[in-house]
Design a protein around this ligand. Structure first.
Ligand SMILES: [Zn+2]
Length: 610
Protein backbone atom coordinates (compact mmCIF):
# COMPACT_ATOMS: atom_id res chain seq x y z
CA UNK A 1 0.00 0.00 0.00
CA UNK A 2 1.29 3.47 -0.76
CA UNK A 3 0.02 6.78 0.61
CA UNK A 4 1.19 10.14 -0.68
CA UNK A 5 0.34 13.42 0.96
CA UNK A 6 -0.05 16.27 -1.52
CA UNK A 7 0.31 19.04 1.01
CA UNK A 8 2.95 20.64 3.20
CA UNK A 9 4.07 18.34 6.04
CA UNK A 10 1.47 18.29 8.78
CA UNK A 11 1.11 16.15 11.91
CA UNK A 12 -2.60 15.52 11.38
CA UNK A 13 -2.14 14.42 7.77
CA UNK A 14 0.70 12.15 8.83
CA UNK A 15 -1.58 10.68 11.49
CA UNK A 16 -4.40 10.26 8.93
CA UNK A 17 -2.00 8.40 6.62
CA UNK A 18 -0.82 6.16 9.46
CA UNK A 19 -4.42 5.36 10.44
CA UNK A 20 -5.40 4.52 6.87
CA UNK A 21 -2.35 2.30 6.52
CA UNK A 22 -2.92 0.55 9.82
CA UNK A 23 -6.63 -0.23 9.42
CA UNK A 24 -6.57 -1.16 5.74
CA UNK A 25 -3.46 -3.24 6.39
CA UNK A 26 -5.51 -5.34 8.80
CA UNK A 27 -8.59 -5.46 6.53
CA UNK A 28 -7.15 -6.21 3.09
CA UNK A 29 -5.58 -9.48 1.95
CA UNK A 30 -1.79 -9.70 2.24
CA UNK A 31 -0.02 -8.26 -0.79
CA UNK A 32 -2.79 -5.83 -1.76
CA UNK A 33 -1.16 -2.63 -3.00
CA UNK A 34 -3.67 0.17 -3.56
CA UNK A 35 -2.25 3.70 -3.89
CA UNK A 36 -3.83 6.60 -1.99
CA UNK A 37 -3.41 10.34 -2.06
CA UNK A 38 -4.40 12.56 0.85
CA UNK A 39 -5.08 16.14 -0.20
CA UNK A 40 -6.15 19.42 1.38
CA UNK A 41 -8.11 22.09 -0.47
CA UNK A 42 -8.80 25.63 0.70
CA UNK A 43 -11.99 25.97 2.76
CA UNK A 44 -14.77 28.28 1.66
CA UNK A 45 -15.69 31.12 4.00
CA UNK A 46 -17.68 29.76 6.94
CA UNK A 47 -17.56 26.21 5.61
CA UNK A 48 -17.82 23.37 8.12
CA UNK A 49 -15.49 20.36 7.99
CA UNK A 50 -15.90 18.87 4.49
CA UNK A 51 -14.30 15.93 2.70
CA UNK A 52 -14.64 13.77 -0.36
CA UNK A 53 -13.57 10.16 -0.75
CA UNK A 54 -13.09 8.51 -4.16
CA UNK A 55 -11.67 5.04 -3.73
CA UNK A 56 -11.53 1.89 -5.87
CA UNK A 57 -9.50 -1.35 -5.63
CA UNK A 58 -6.61 0.58 -7.21
CA UNK A 59 -6.70 3.16 -4.40
CA UNK A 60 -7.86 6.76 -4.68
CA UNK A 61 -8.13 10.18 -3.09
CA UNK A 62 -9.29 11.50 0.27
CA UNK A 63 -9.52 15.26 0.16
CA UNK A 64 -10.58 17.59 2.96
CA UNK A 65 -10.91 21.32 3.51
CA UNK A 66 -8.42 21.07 6.40
CA UNK A 67 -6.14 18.31 7.71
CA UNK A 68 -8.72 17.32 10.33
CA UNK A 69 -11.34 16.87 7.61
CA UNK A 70 -8.94 14.47 5.83
CA UNK A 71 -8.72 12.40 9.02
CA UNK A 72 -12.53 12.44 9.30
CA UNK A 73 -12.64 11.30 5.67
CA UNK A 74 -10.31 8.39 6.45
CA UNK A 75 -12.55 7.26 9.32
CA UNK A 76 -15.69 7.72 7.22
CA UNK A 77 -14.14 5.55 4.51
CA UNK A 78 -13.36 2.89 7.13
CA UNK A 79 -16.94 3.14 8.40
CA UNK A 80 -18.29 2.67 4.87
CA UNK A 81 -16.09 -0.44 4.57
CA UNK A 82 -17.63 -1.94 7.71
CA UNK A 83 -15.41 -0.71 10.57
CA UNK A 84 -17.39 0.10 13.68
CA UNK A 85 -15.89 2.18 16.48
CA UNK A 86 -18.43 1.19 19.09
CA UNK A 87 -16.64 2.28 22.27
CA UNK A 88 -13.54 4.24 23.30
CA UNK A 89 -10.46 2.01 23.19
CA UNK A 90 -8.79 0.24 20.30
CA UNK A 91 -9.77 -3.12 21.79
CA UNK A 92 -13.43 -2.19 21.28
CA UNK A 93 -13.66 -1.85 17.53
CA UNK A 94 -14.97 -4.05 14.77
CA UNK A 95 -12.44 -4.23 11.94
CA UNK A 96 -13.64 -6.67 9.28
CA UNK A 97 -11.51 -8.49 6.70
CA UNK A 98 -12.50 -7.46 3.16
CA UNK A 99 -11.48 -8.47 -0.35
CA UNK A 100 -9.62 -6.03 -2.58
CA UNK A 101 -12.72 -5.89 -4.80
CA UNK A 102 -14.68 -4.52 -1.80
CA UNK A 103 -12.38 -1.50 -1.58
CA UNK A 104 -14.74 0.99 -3.12
CA UNK A 105 -16.32 4.21 -1.86
CA UNK A 106 -17.59 7.53 -3.12
CA UNK A 107 -18.46 9.92 -0.30
CA UNK A 108 -19.22 13.65 -0.39
CA UNK A 109 -19.78 15.07 3.04
CA UNK A 110 -19.97 18.48 4.65
CA UNK A 111 -20.50 18.27 8.39
CA UNK A 112 -24.01 19.36 9.33
CA UNK A 113 -22.70 21.50 12.21
CA UNK A 114 -19.55 23.46 12.96
CA UNK A 115 -19.24 22.58 16.66
CA UNK A 116 -19.20 18.86 17.45
CA UNK A 117 -17.67 18.09 20.80
CA UNK A 118 -17.62 16.64 24.28
CA UNK A 119 -16.70 18.31 27.58
CA UNK A 120 -14.98 16.30 30.30
CA UNK A 121 -16.86 15.52 33.53
CA UNK A 122 -16.97 12.65 36.02
CA UNK A 123 -14.01 10.74 37.46
CA UNK A 124 -11.45 9.92 34.80
CA UNK A 125 -8.12 8.16 34.54
CA UNK A 126 -5.44 9.33 32.14
CA UNK A 127 -6.28 6.29 30.00
CA UNK A 128 -10.01 7.18 29.93
CA UNK A 129 -9.19 10.66 28.64
CA UNK A 130 -6.73 9.51 25.98
CA UNK A 131 -9.03 6.73 24.75
CA UNK A 132 -11.89 9.20 24.46
CA UNK A 133 -9.82 11.69 22.47
CA UNK A 134 -8.76 8.87 20.15
CA UNK A 135 -12.40 7.88 19.70
CA UNK A 136 -13.87 11.32 18.98
CA UNK A 137 -12.85 11.82 15.31
CA UNK A 138 -13.75 8.20 14.51
CA UNK A 139 -17.38 9.18 15.19
CA UNK A 140 -17.13 12.54 13.39
CA UNK A 141 -16.56 14.84 16.41
CA UNK A 142 -14.10 17.72 15.97
CA UNK A 143 -13.65 19.23 19.45
CA UNK A 144 -12.90 18.40 23.06
CA UNK A 145 -13.29 20.61 26.10
CA UNK A 146 -10.80 20.21 28.95
CA UNK A 147 -12.61 22.08 31.69
CA UNK A 148 -10.80 24.48 34.02
CA UNK A 149 -7.19 25.40 33.36
CA UNK A 150 -6.25 21.81 34.04
CA UNK A 151 -8.46 18.67 34.24
CA UNK A 152 -7.06 17.97 37.70
CA UNK A 153 -10.48 17.76 39.45
CA UNK A 154 -11.64 14.90 37.20
CA UNK A 155 -8.35 13.04 37.47
CA UNK A 156 -8.29 13.56 41.24
CA UNK A 157 -11.74 12.03 41.72
CA UNK A 158 -10.47 8.91 40.01
CA UNK A 159 -7.02 8.72 41.56
CA UNK A 160 -8.47 9.21 45.03
CA UNK A 161 -11.28 6.77 44.19
CA UNK A 162 -13.91 9.05 45.63
CA UNK A 163 -17.02 7.10 46.60
CA UNK A 164 -15.15 3.82 46.39
CA UNK A 165 -13.52 2.93 49.70
CA UNK A 166 -12.60 -0.52 48.34
CA UNK A 167 -9.85 0.95 46.17
CA UNK A 168 -6.76 2.50 47.82
CA UNK A 169 -6.52 6.25 47.14
CA UNK A 170 -3.47 7.33 45.18
CA UNK A 171 -1.85 10.73 45.56
CA UNK A 172 -2.18 13.30 42.79
CA UNK A 173 -0.91 16.85 42.48
CA UNK A 174 -1.98 19.74 40.28
CA UNK A 175 1.31 19.21 38.41
CA UNK A 176 0.24 15.60 37.66
CA UNK A 177 -2.95 17.04 36.21
CA UNK A 178 -0.94 19.44 34.07
CA UNK A 179 1.18 16.56 32.75
CA UNK A 180 -1.91 14.63 31.65
CA UNK A 181 -3.30 17.83 30.15
CA UNK A 182 -0.16 18.31 28.06
CA UNK A 183 -0.38 14.75 26.84
CA UNK A 184 -4.09 15.08 26.05
CA UNK A 185 -3.55 18.33 24.15
CA UNK A 186 -0.77 16.69 22.18
CA UNK A 187 -3.09 13.87 21.14
CA UNK A 188 -5.78 16.41 20.23
CA UNK A 189 -3.31 18.39 18.12
CA UNK A 190 -2.31 15.22 16.24
CA UNK A 191 -5.96 14.80 15.31
CA UNK A 192 -6.52 18.49 14.61
CA UNK A 193 -9.28 18.65 17.24
CA UNK A 194 -10.42 22.09 18.35
CA UNK A 195 -9.40 22.80 21.95
CA UNK A 196 -11.89 24.35 24.40
CA UNK A 197 -10.60 25.41 27.81
CA UNK A 198 -11.52 26.78 31.24
CA UNK A 199 -15.15 27.94 31.79
CA UNK A 200 -15.70 28.24 35.54
CA UNK A 201 -13.03 29.26 38.02
CA UNK A 202 -12.24 32.82 36.90
CA UNK A 203 -14.14 34.47 39.75
CA UNK A 204 -12.33 32.33 42.32
CA UNK A 205 -8.98 33.15 40.76
CA UNK A 206 -9.76 36.84 40.92
CA UNK A 207 -10.09 36.30 44.68
CA UNK A 208 -6.65 34.72 44.82
CA UNK A 209 -7.56 31.03 44.69
CA UNK A 210 -6.53 28.34 42.25
CA UNK A 211 -10.25 27.46 41.86
CA UNK A 212 -9.63 24.08 40.21
CA UNK A 213 -12.91 22.29 40.66
CA UNK A 214 -15.85 22.73 43.00
CA UNK A 215 -14.20 21.97 46.32
CA UNK A 216 -14.20 24.38 49.25
CA UNK A 217 -10.85 26.05 49.90
CA UNK A 218 -9.74 26.21 53.52
CA UNK A 219 -7.54 29.28 52.95
CA UNK A 220 -9.21 32.42 54.30
CA UNK A 221 -10.14 35.14 51.84
CA UNK A 222 -7.42 37.81 51.82
CA UNK A 223 -8.80 40.91 53.54
CA UNK A 224 -7.61 43.24 50.79
CA UNK A 225 -9.61 41.17 48.28
CA UNK A 226 -12.78 40.92 50.34
CA UNK A 227 -14.34 44.05 48.73
CA UNK A 228 -14.13 42.23 45.38
CA UNK A 229 -16.51 39.46 46.47
CA UNK A 230 -20.26 39.77 45.92
CA UNK A 231 -22.21 41.27 48.81
CA UNK A 232 -25.01 38.97 50.05
CA UNK A 233 -27.24 39.98 52.96
CA UNK A 234 -24.75 42.73 53.69
CA UNK A 235 -21.75 40.39 53.89
CA UNK A 236 -18.90 39.82 51.41
CA UNK A 237 -17.01 36.51 51.35
CA UNK A 238 -16.64 33.10 49.75
CA UNK A 239 -19.94 31.48 48.89
CA UNK A 240 -20.20 28.20 50.85
CA UNK A 241 -16.41 28.39 51.03
CA UNK A 242 -16.13 27.48 47.33
CA UNK A 243 -14.12 29.93 45.17
CA UNK A 244 -15.54 28.62 41.85
CA UNK A 245 -19.08 29.22 43.13
CA UNK A 246 -18.43 32.75 44.39
CA UNK A 247 -19.56 35.74 42.34
CA UNK A 248 -17.78 39.07 42.32
CA UNK A 249 -18.89 42.65 42.86
CA UNK A 250 -18.60 43.66 39.22
CA UNK A 251 -19.17 47.32 40.04
CA UNK A 252 -15.79 47.23 41.75
CA UNK A 253 -13.18 48.41 39.20
CA UNK A 254 -10.49 46.23 40.80
CA UNK A 255 -12.67 43.10 40.49
CA UNK A 256 -13.34 43.90 36.83
CA UNK A 257 -9.68 44.57 36.13
CA UNK A 258 -8.53 41.35 37.78
CA UNK A 259 -10.99 39.28 35.76
CA UNK A 260 -10.10 40.98 32.48
CA UNK A 261 -6.35 40.60 33.10
CA UNK A 262 -6.72 36.95 34.06
CA UNK A 263 -8.50 36.15 30.80
CA UNK A 264 -6.28 38.21 28.52
CA UNK A 265 -3.07 36.98 30.18
CA UNK A 266 -4.27 33.41 29.82
CA UNK A 267 -5.10 33.87 26.14
CA UNK A 268 -1.65 35.38 25.57
CA UNK A 269 0.10 32.45 27.27
CA UNK A 270 -2.04 29.74 25.67
CA UNK A 271 -2.41 30.56 21.97
CA UNK A 272 -3.13 26.86 21.33
CA UNK A 273 -6.58 27.34 22.87
CA UNK A 274 -9.15 27.75 20.08
CA UNK A 275 -12.16 28.48 22.29
CA UNK A 276 -11.60 30.11 25.64
CA UNK A 277 -14.65 29.93 27.88
CA UNK A 278 -15.29 32.88 30.17
CA UNK A 279 -18.05 32.12 32.66
CA UNK A 280 -19.16 33.51 35.99
CA UNK A 281 -19.58 31.53 39.25
CA UNK A 282 -21.11 28.06 39.00
CA UNK A 283 -23.99 28.93 41.31
CA UNK A 284 -27.07 31.09 41.17
CA UNK A 285 -28.99 33.44 43.44
CA UNK A 286 -25.69 34.64 44.87
CA UNK A 287 -24.96 37.71 42.74
CA UNK A 288 -23.87 40.97 44.34
CA UNK A 289 -26.53 43.01 46.14
CA UNK A 290 -24.56 46.24 46.64
CA UNK A 291 -26.33 49.46 45.54
CA UNK A 292 -24.14 49.88 42.43
CA UNK A 293 -24.67 46.29 41.23
CA UNK A 294 -28.41 46.59 41.91
CA UNK A 295 -28.62 49.39 39.36
CA UNK A 296 -27.73 46.94 36.57
CA UNK A 297 -27.92 43.20 35.84
CA UNK A 298 -25.31 40.46 35.90
CA UNK A 299 -25.78 40.00 32.14
CA UNK A 300 -25.08 43.70 31.47
CA UNK A 301 -21.97 43.55 33.63
CA UNK A 302 -20.91 40.34 31.87
CA UNK A 303 -21.28 41.78 28.36
CA UNK A 304 -19.36 44.87 29.39
CA UNK A 305 -16.50 42.61 30.58
CA UNK A 306 -16.64 40.64 27.33
CA UNK A 307 -16.29 43.83 25.30
CA UNK A 308 -13.26 44.92 27.28
CA UNK A 309 -11.64 41.47 26.92
CA UNK A 310 -12.26 41.66 23.17
CA UNK A 311 -10.66 45.12 22.99
CA UNK A 312 -7.51 43.95 24.76
CA UNK A 313 -7.20 40.72 22.76
CA UNK A 314 -7.48 42.75 19.55
CA UNK A 315 -4.79 45.09 20.88
CA UNK A 316 -2.57 42.06 21.55
CA UNK A 317 -3.22 40.68 18.05
CA UNK A 318 -4.89 37.50 19.36
CA UNK A 319 -7.74 35.82 17.50
CA UNK A 320 -8.75 33.48 20.36
CA UNK A 321 -12.50 32.99 20.29
CA UNK A 322 -14.26 33.77 23.56
CA UNK A 323 -17.21 31.57 24.48
CA UNK A 324 -19.89 33.22 26.60
CA UNK A 325 -22.54 31.35 28.48
CA UNK A 326 -26.33 31.49 28.73
CA UNK A 327 -26.90 29.84 32.10
CA UNK A 328 -28.60 30.65 35.39
CA UNK A 329 -28.77 34.50 35.78
CA UNK A 330 -27.14 34.89 32.37
CA UNK A 331 -30.17 33.30 30.69
CA UNK A 332 -31.74 36.79 30.96
CA UNK A 333 -30.39 38.95 28.13
CA UNK A 334 -28.68 42.24 29.00
CA UNK A 335 -30.87 45.32 29.16
CA UNK A 336 -28.45 47.92 27.77
CA UNK A 337 -25.12 46.37 26.87
CA UNK A 338 -24.46 44.75 23.50
CA UNK A 339 -21.42 42.88 22.14
CA UNK A 340 -19.52 45.30 19.92
CA UNK A 341 -17.64 42.73 17.81
CA UNK A 342 -19.80 39.58 17.55
CA UNK A 343 -17.13 37.78 15.49
CA UNK A 344 -14.91 37.50 18.57
CA UNK A 345 -17.56 35.49 20.41
CA UNK A 346 -19.41 32.21 20.40
CA UNK A 347 -22.69 32.02 22.28
CA UNK A 348 -23.15 28.85 24.30
CA UNK A 349 -26.69 27.99 25.40
CA UNK A 350 -26.63 25.69 28.43
CA UNK A 351 -30.16 24.67 29.53
CA UNK A 352 -28.93 22.59 32.47
CA UNK A 353 -32.39 22.33 34.10
CA UNK A 354 -34.21 21.03 31.00
CA UNK A 355 -36.26 17.85 30.91
CA UNK A 356 -34.93 14.77 29.11
CA UNK A 357 -38.30 13.13 28.74
CA UNK A 358 -38.75 14.95 25.45
CA UNK A 359 -36.78 16.66 22.72
CA UNK A 360 -36.78 20.36 21.77
CA UNK A 361 -39.71 21.63 19.72
CA UNK A 362 -38.39 24.54 17.62
CA UNK A 363 -41.95 25.79 17.04
CA UNK A 364 -42.94 25.94 20.71
CA UNK A 365 -43.66 29.40 22.04
CA UNK A 366 -42.72 30.34 25.58
CA UNK A 367 -42.15 33.44 27.65
CA UNK A 368 -39.46 34.35 30.14
CA UNK A 369 -40.28 35.52 33.65
CA UNK A 370 -39.07 38.92 34.88
CA UNK A 371 -35.57 38.88 36.35
CA UNK A 372 -35.55 39.11 40.15
CA UNK A 373 -32.16 39.44 41.78
CA UNK A 374 -31.24 36.35 43.80
CA UNK A 375 -34.76 34.96 43.54
CA UNK A 376 -34.62 33.19 40.19
CA UNK A 377 -35.81 29.64 39.56
CA UNK A 378 -34.21 27.66 36.76
CA UNK A 379 -36.51 26.94 33.81
CA UNK A 380 -37.59 23.29 33.59
CA UNK A 381 -39.74 23.24 30.49
CA UNK A 382 -38.20 23.16 27.04
CA UNK A 383 -40.48 26.02 25.96
CA UNK A 384 -39.23 28.35 28.66
CA UNK A 385 -35.61 27.39 28.04
CA UNK A 386 -35.97 28.11 24.34
CA UNK A 387 -37.67 31.43 25.09
CA UNK A 388 -34.45 32.57 26.81
CA UNK A 389 -32.43 31.51 23.78
CA UNK A 390 -34.77 33.40 21.44
CA UNK A 391 -34.36 36.57 23.47
CA UNK A 392 -30.58 36.37 23.25
CA UNK A 393 -30.76 35.59 19.54
CA UNK A 394 -32.61 38.89 19.06
CA UNK A 395 -29.48 40.74 20.16
CA UNK A 396 -26.72 38.34 19.01
CA UNK A 397 -26.61 36.67 15.62
CA UNK A 398 -23.04 35.34 15.73
CA UNK A 399 -21.69 31.81 16.06
CA UNK A 400 -23.33 29.60 18.67
CA UNK A 401 -23.83 26.08 19.93
CA UNK A 402 -25.87 24.08 22.40
CA UNK A 403 -24.11 22.83 25.53
CA UNK A 404 -26.26 19.97 26.70
CA UNK A 405 -26.37 17.42 29.48
CA UNK A 406 -28.03 14.13 28.40
CA UNK A 407 -24.99 12.17 29.60
CA UNK A 408 -24.29 14.35 32.63
CA UNK A 409 -26.97 13.19 35.06
CA UNK A 410 -30.19 12.20 33.31
CA UNK A 411 -28.67 9.14 31.62
CA UNK A 412 -28.56 7.24 34.89
CA UNK A 413 -32.36 7.28 34.77
CA UNK A 414 -32.43 5.55 31.39
CA UNK A 415 -31.16 2.07 32.15
CA UNK A 416 -31.58 1.01 28.50
CA UNK A 417 -29.79 4.06 26.94
CA UNK A 418 -31.99 3.80 23.82
CA UNK A 419 -34.32 6.55 25.04
CA UNK A 420 -31.52 9.00 25.80
CA UNK A 421 -29.84 8.18 22.48
CA UNK A 422 -33.13 8.93 20.71
CA UNK A 423 -33.45 12.28 22.52
CA UNK A 424 -29.88 13.15 21.52
CA UNK A 425 -30.63 12.25 17.90
CA UNK A 426 -33.80 14.37 17.76
CA UNK A 427 -32.21 17.32 19.55
CA UNK A 428 -29.27 17.36 17.16
CA UNK A 429 -31.49 17.11 14.09
CA UNK A 430 -33.39 20.17 15.35
CA UNK A 431 -30.37 22.35 16.10
CA UNK A 432 -30.51 24.12 12.76
CA UNK A 433 -34.08 25.20 13.37
CA UNK A 434 -33.09 26.37 16.84
CA UNK A 435 -30.54 28.64 15.16
CA UNK A 436 -27.58 26.82 16.74
CA UNK A 437 -24.50 25.64 14.88
CA UNK A 438 -23.50 22.61 16.92
CA UNK A 439 -23.46 20.75 20.18
CA UNK A 440 -21.01 20.12 22.98
CA UNK A 441 -22.01 17.40 25.43
CA UNK A 442 -21.10 18.04 29.07
CA UNK A 443 -20.70 14.47 30.23
CA UNK A 444 -19.08 11.61 32.01
CA UNK A 445 -16.48 10.03 29.72
CA UNK A 446 -17.32 6.65 31.23
CA UNK A 447 -20.92 6.80 29.99
CA UNK A 448 -20.98 3.21 28.74
CA UNK A 449 -23.35 1.21 30.91
CA UNK A 450 -25.08 -0.58 29.20
CA UNK A 451 -23.13 0.62 26.12
CA UNK A 452 -21.83 3.65 24.24
CA UNK A 453 -24.78 3.98 21.86
CA UNK A 454 -25.64 7.55 22.99
CA UNK A 455 -22.21 8.95 22.12
CA UNK A 456 -22.13 6.92 18.91
CA UNK A 457 -25.45 8.40 17.79
CA UNK A 458 -24.33 11.86 18.91
CA UNK A 459 -21.16 11.91 16.83
CA UNK A 460 -22.66 10.37 13.71
CA UNK A 461 -25.69 12.69 13.80
CA UNK A 462 -23.62 15.83 14.35
CA UNK A 463 -21.62 14.91 11.26
CA UNK A 464 -24.73 14.03 9.27
CA UNK A 465 -28.02 15.34 10.64
CA UNK A 466 -29.86 13.10 8.16
CA UNK A 467 -28.45 9.94 9.73
CA UNK A 468 -31.28 7.56 10.52
CA UNK A 469 -31.67 6.58 14.17
CA UNK A 470 -32.78 3.02 13.54
CA UNK A 471 -30.00 2.39 11.05
CA UNK A 472 -27.39 3.77 13.50
CA UNK A 473 -28.81 1.69 16.33
CA UNK A 474 -28.91 -1.45 14.21
CA UNK A 475 -25.31 -1.09 13.07
CA UNK A 476 -24.25 -0.30 16.63
CA UNK A 477 -25.87 -3.35 18.19
CA UNK A 478 -24.64 -5.59 15.43
CA UNK A 479 -21.05 -4.40 15.92
CA UNK A 480 -21.11 -4.55 19.71
CA UNK A 481 -23.11 -7.74 20.28
CA UNK A 482 -22.72 -9.74 17.07
CA UNK A 483 -25.22 -12.63 16.91
CA UNK A 484 -26.77 -11.50 20.21
CA UNK A 485 -27.66 -8.04 18.83
CA UNK A 486 -31.40 -8.66 18.67
CA UNK A 487 -31.55 -10.04 22.20
CA UNK A 488 -29.58 -7.07 23.52
CA UNK A 489 -31.70 -4.55 21.65
CA UNK A 490 -35.00 -6.07 22.72
CA UNK A 491 -33.88 -5.99 26.36
CA UNK A 492 -32.56 -2.43 26.24
CA UNK A 493 -35.54 -1.05 24.31
CA UNK A 494 -37.81 -2.55 26.97
CA UNK A 495 -35.68 -1.06 29.76
CA UNK A 496 -35.77 2.33 28.05
CA UNK A 497 -39.57 2.18 27.99
CA UNK A 498 -39.25 2.41 31.82
CA UNK A 499 -36.91 5.43 31.75
CA UNK A 500 -36.89 7.77 34.76
CA UNK A 501 -34.50 10.46 33.51
CA UNK A 502 -36.19 13.39 35.21
CA UNK A 503 -36.81 11.53 38.46
CA UNK A 504 -33.15 10.53 38.79
CA UNK A 505 -32.20 14.12 37.91
CA UNK A 506 -34.18 15.32 40.93
CA UNK A 507 -37.12 16.77 39.01
CA UNK A 508 -40.70 16.07 40.15
CA UNK A 509 -42.08 14.72 43.45
CA UNK A 510 -39.96 12.11 45.22
CA UNK A 511 -42.99 9.96 45.99
CA UNK A 512 -44.72 8.95 42.79
CA UNK A 513 -46.62 5.69 42.10
CA UNK A 514 -45.98 5.83 38.34
CA UNK A 515 -42.23 6.07 38.97
CA UNK A 516 -42.43 3.15 41.38
CA UNK A 517 -44.29 1.05 38.80
CA UNK A 518 -41.74 1.85 36.07
CA UNK A 519 -38.87 0.97 38.41
CA UNK A 520 -40.55 -2.36 39.23
CA UNK A 521 -40.89 -3.16 35.53
CA UNK A 522 -37.21 -2.32 34.96
CA UNK A 523 -36.15 -4.53 37.86
CA UNK A 524 -38.24 -7.44 36.55
CA UNK A 525 -36.83 -7.04 33.04
CA UNK A 526 -33.27 -7.22 34.39
CA UNK A 527 -34.01 -10.30 36.48
CA UNK A 528 -35.60 -12.07 33.52
CA UNK A 529 -32.68 -11.16 31.28
CA UNK A 530 -30.18 -12.46 33.83
CA UNK A 531 -32.10 -15.70 34.34
CA UNK A 532 -32.31 -16.36 30.59
CA UNK A 533 -28.70 -15.63 29.74
CA UNK A 534 -25.53 -17.46 30.58
CA UNK A 535 -23.81 -15.47 33.34
CA UNK A 536 -20.34 -16.36 31.96
CA UNK A 537 -19.13 -12.99 30.65
CA UNK A 538 -17.11 -12.70 27.46
CA UNK A 539 -14.21 -11.02 29.21
CA UNK A 540 -14.76 -7.28 29.26
CA UNK A 541 -16.52 -7.26 25.90
CA UNK A 542 -19.88 -5.65 25.26
CA UNK A 543 -21.87 -8.73 26.25
CA UNK A 544 -20.01 -9.13 29.54
CA UNK A 545 -20.57 -5.45 30.25
CA UNK A 546 -24.26 -5.86 29.44
CA UNK A 547 -24.64 -8.67 31.97
CA UNK A 548 -22.84 -6.55 34.55
CA UNK A 549 -25.16 -3.68 33.68
CA UNK A 550 -28.24 -5.86 34.17
CA UNK A 551 -27.10 -6.74 37.69
CA UNK A 552 -26.39 -3.10 38.58
CA UNK A 553 -29.61 -1.91 36.92
CA UNK A 554 -31.71 -4.43 38.85
CA UNK A 555 -30.27 -3.15 42.13
CA UNK A 556 -30.69 0.52 41.19
CA UNK A 557 -34.24 -0.05 39.93
CA UNK A 558 -35.16 -1.77 43.19
CA UNK A 559 -33.82 1.18 45.20
CA UNK A 560 -35.67 3.66 42.96
CA UNK A 561 -38.93 1.75 43.38
CA UNK A 562 -38.64 1.92 47.17
CA UNK A 563 -37.73 5.62 47.13
CA UNK A 564 -40.70 6.45 44.90
CA UNK A 565 -42.98 4.63 47.36
CA UNK A 566 -41.72 6.78 50.20
CA UNK A 567 -40.06 3.80 51.93
CA UNK A 568 -36.90 5.84 52.39
CA UNK A 569 -35.11 3.70 54.95
CA UNK A 570 -35.44 0.55 52.84
CA UNK A 571 -34.58 2.60 49.75
CA UNK A 572 -31.35 3.80 51.32
CA UNK A 573 -30.48 0.22 52.26
CA UNK A 574 -31.15 -0.95 48.70
CA UNK A 575 -29.03 1.91 47.36
CA UNK A 576 -26.23 0.68 49.61
CA UNK A 577 -26.47 -2.80 48.06
CA UNK A 578 -26.23 -1.25 44.61
CA UNK A 579 -23.23 0.84 45.65
CA UNK A 580 -21.47 -2.15 47.23
CA UNK A 581 -21.92 -4.14 44.02
CA UNK A 582 -20.58 -1.52 41.60
CA UNK A 583 -17.70 -0.62 43.92
CA UNK A 584 -16.59 -4.25 44.16
CA UNK A 585 -16.78 -4.64 40.38
CA UNK A 586 -15.35 -1.26 39.43
CA UNK A 587 -11.93 -2.35 38.19
CA UNK A 588 -13.42 -5.08 35.99
CA UNK A 589 -15.73 -2.58 34.24
CA UNK A 590 -13.82 0.65 34.77
CA UNK A 591 -14.28 2.15 31.26
CA UNK A 592 -18.01 1.41 31.21
CA UNK A 593 -19.48 2.84 34.40
CA UNK A 594 -18.45 5.92 36.36
CA UNK A 595 -18.90 4.53 39.85
CA UNK A 596 -18.15 7.92 41.42
CA UNK A 597 -20.66 9.83 39.36
CA UNK A 598 -23.65 7.49 39.58
CA UNK A 599 -23.36 7.60 43.39
CA UNK A 600 -22.91 11.37 43.32
CA UNK A 601 -25.99 11.94 41.14
CA UNK A 602 -28.27 9.50 42.95
CA UNK A 603 -27.46 11.04 46.34
CA UNK A 604 -27.20 14.77 45.47
CA UNK A 605 -30.07 14.87 42.95
CA UNK A 606 -32.25 11.74 43.23
CA UNK A 607 -32.37 11.93 47.00
CA UNK A 608 -30.90 8.71 48.41
CA UNK A 609 -29.34 9.31 51.81
CA UNK A 610 -27.07 6.39 52.60
ZN1 LIG B 1 -21.58 44.91 43.82
Amino acid sequence: MSITVTHAPDDTLAFAAAELQSYLGRMLPAGAAPAFALAVRAPQVGENDAFRVDVSPAGGVIEGNCPRAVLLGVYDLLHSLGCRFWAPGRDKELVPAIGLEDLSARIRRTASYRHRGVCIEGADSRENILAFIDWLPKLGFNSFFLQFKNPYPFLARWRRHEHNPLLPPEPITVADGAAVMAEAQGEMARRGLALHKVGHGWTGQALGYEALGWSPDAAPLAEELRPLAAELDGVRGLYHGVPAETNLCLSNPQARERLISLVTDYARQAPEVDYLHFWMADYYNNVCECPACRRTTLSDQYVSLLNEIDRRLTEAGLDTRIVFLLYQELLWPPVRERLIHPDRFVMMFAPISRTFQRSYDPDAAGTIPPYRRNRITLPGSLEENLAFLRRWQEIFDGDSFLYDYPLGRAHYGDLGYVHIARIIHRDIRRLRRLGLNGYVSCQELRAGSPNFLPNYVMGRTLLDADADFDALTREYFSAAYGPRADRAREFLEALSACQLCDYVNGSGPRTDPSVAAAADRAQALCQTFLSENDPAPDGSGAWGALLHHARYAALLARALGLLARGRTEEANGAWGEMAAFIRAEEMAYQPWLDVYRVQDVTTVYTGFQP
